[in-house]
Design a protein around this ligand. Sequence first.
Ligand code: COA
Length: 169
Amino acid sequence: MNVRPAKDADAAEIAFIFNHYVATSHSTFVTEPADTPLILEMIADSAALGHPFLVCDDDGDVLGYAYARRFRQGAAYDRTLELSVYVRPGAHEHGIGARLYAAMMDQLRADGVHSAVAVIALPNDASVGLHEKFGFRRVGTIREAGAKFGRWFDVGIWQYLLSDESLPN
Ligand SMILES: CC(C)(COP(=O)(O)OP(=O)(O)OC[C@H]1O[C@@H](n2cnc3c(N)ncnc32)[C@H](O)[C@@H]1OP(=O)(O)O)[C@@H](O)C(=O)NCCC(=O)NCCS
């Protein structure tokens, strides 16, 4: 098993994993399935912007993926990235999320990213546990931020500061 950058050939498996959660879970607020071209576009955008898009590869099978993207628009946000991670149904609790995050955090540090953010629709003990294992702390809550399956969900904001760098005045 190894963690490596996503390739175009992974797109269909990534779509399969994501679409499981689109259909069954509030862990994503997306409600329409993603097709392979959309994932190809995400992989290409990440590469163009230099944002990590990683997969956990087990002998050619994608067991999970994680990627980082801008948190919000506006140049002042350039060094804050929002993370997402999804592990293949049936492959949970085998250390795949942790492998992806270990590689992700290494890459974010190497890239000079200052702040990593995760927006977690609650409840989600597994995602909270994963993020807190990697040092993220809860910094806020947006109440009833999304509606899916006929009910409201709060989202919690978790953050990890990768550096204590101060900026020149
Ligand atoms: C969240 C998710 C990515 C975790 O991946 P995973 O491969 O199952 O996690 P790992 O086995 O690597 O576990 C890493 C840590 O996460 C935490 N964790 C994982 N599953 C957990 C659970 N069911 N309850 C509480 N903590 C859990 C633990 O802290 C664990 O560390 P430990 O093994 O030292 O106790 C996975 O559950 C998933 O894909 N969930 C659905 C999609 C999702 O919610 N994505 C996040 C959106 S914000």
